[in-house]
Ligand binder design. Structure first.
Ligand SMILES: *Cc1c(COP(=O)(O)O)cnc(C)c1O
Length: 439
């Protein structure tokens, strides 16, 4: 319960700090975190630890803190690296945290994904992945291949090129039409429980869009198996097989944005184990939620294509590339993950979410309840009343951050059964509170 945030700091925050996706002139309420440990946060509405409430974090700090907070081994990894050095440039220099992380990523990701670029955030990783694809196409003599094919309902980040492959309607970046490069959108894949006929119909539509634009398409970019911030939408693996086939037939590279799905969240360490992409983006849980870091992993063939382009090099190199603190904690996070039975953990959490949320399906105003891996989603008929839902969730003992028409959870893997049940109770409370507030 250290790190008290006095009242005047909350007032200063309100006056001067932008929070994600908020207004400067009419900011939404924020709560002060005055402590965090395991799967739990202490939240204070006044800023004083004295009235802080202890809640289970149902969001894993936007899907990143898979091992929870103040994990002894992750804490130690950062401290040890601080005592060596915190940062050095990566241009012309290297260090053991980056090399050890690179080795772990080459080993853990599917066969053939062997060439690693360390980026500073998920959005930057997507920028780099798209740049790799474009440079590869130039290198293999197809400079006219300059556009990307994606599906509706996706989300790939908030910088400009990732925004341009994020769903333009209903998504977060609709106002930028005319400013962003225009890419090609195929229909959203069908629901995860769709039958073969529905998948086939989608495949036909996807192929038609790809065929029409084949001459100008450099690659396909999608979130595999589960679309996250675009609507928490799981879809059949058969759709990924179709994308792989289409990419091969039409000379495109396939990019999987696993920034949200990576590291076990869907029940697979990486969805790329089911269908192999040419370029894989990782982020969010890479450092166990400790520091900002992302990675783009690709094949030898793509690397060769890039090297054959005009510049001969991959033209990207952020100031904080390969930050040693971030790499050191990522290495330890991967060790913690792979040396525990994360598969059983994800199944246990997912099973409890599925059982606990099932009864909400019959509640008037609820459109759908769906789960995949350690993700539980309740979709309402209307937009969620975020304030009513958040207040109710906290009163029920959990931190949730609903968006659009969704109340959902992606719990840290360290949640006990009781903590998962608290999250389930909070989703029930948030759903009911939102339905009452919007009735
Ligand atoms: C969060 C997210 C991003 C963006 O990552 P940042 O680190 O926020 O820039 C990109 N793609 C997907 C699928 C994400 O979930």
């Amino acid at each position: 319960m250290s790190d008290a945030v006095p009242r005047d700091l909350l007032a200063f925050d309100r006056e001067h700090l932008w929070h994600p996706y908020t207004s400067m002139t009419a900011p939404a309420q924020v709560r002060a975190v005055v402590g965090a440990s395991g799967a739990r946060l202490w939240l204070s509405e006044s800023g004083s630890p004295a009235d802080a409430v202890n809640v289970v974090d149902g969001m894993s700090s936007w899907w990143s803190a898979i091992h929870g907070y103040r994990h002894p081994r992750l804490d130690q990894a950062v401290k040890d690296q601080v005592d060596r050095f915190s940062h050095v440039m990566f241009g012309g220099l290297t260090h053991s945290p980056a090399v050890t992380l690179g080795r772990a990523l080459v080993e853990l990701t599917p066969e053939g994904l062997d060439k690693v670029f360390l980026a500073d955030s998920g959005s930057v990783a997507v920028e780099v992945a798209l740049k790799m694809v474009l440079q590869h196409q130039r290198g293999v003599g197809r400079p006219e291949r300059r556009r990307f094919l994606t599906v509706r309902g996706g989300y790939h980040g908030d910088t400009f090129h990732p925004m341009s492959v994020t769903d333009p309607d209903g998504g977060m970046h609709g106002m930028w039409r005319g400013v962003l490069p225009e890419h090609v959108f195929a229909p959203r894949p069908p629901a995860y429980d769709a039958g073969p006929a529905e998948v086939e119909a989608w495949a036909t539509a996807f192929r038609a869009v790809a065929d029409e634009h084949a001459h100008e398409l450099a690659g396909i970019v999608v979130e595999p198996l589960l679309q996250g911030a675009g609507g928490m939408w799981p879809y059949p693996v058969a759709c990924l097989q179709v994308m792989r086939e289409v990419a091969d037939e039409l000379g495109m590279l396939l990019v999987f944005d696993e920034i949200a799905t990576g590291f076990g969240r869907t029940g697979h360490l990486f969805v790329s184990e089911l269908v192999r992409p040419d370029v894989l983006c990782l982020g969010k849980a890479l450092t166990g939620g400790y520091l900002t870091l992302a990675a783009v992993v690709t094949t030898e063939a793509v690397g060769r294509g890039i090297s054959a382009s005009e510049s001969g090099v991959l033209m990207h190199g952020p100031t904080f590339m390969g930050n040693p603190l971030a790499c050191a904690v990522a290495v330890e996070s991967l060790r913690v993950l792979t040396r525990t039975d994360w598969r059983a953990t994800v199944a246990r959490i997912g099973g409890r979410l599925a059982t606990g949320l099932a009864s909400l399906r019959d509640l008037p105003g609820v459109k759908d309840v769906r789960t995949i891996g350690a993700v539980g989603v309740v979709q309402l008929e209307q937009r969620v009343d975020v304030k009513a839902a958040t207040d109710a969730a906290i009163a029920a003992g959990a931190w949730l951050r609903p968006f659009n028409d969704l109340v959902y959870a992606m719990p840290p893997y360290v949640c006990t059964d009781t903590e998962v049940d608290t999250i389930v109770a909070a989703i029930h409370a948030a759903t009911r509170a939102s339905l009452e507030a919007t009735a």
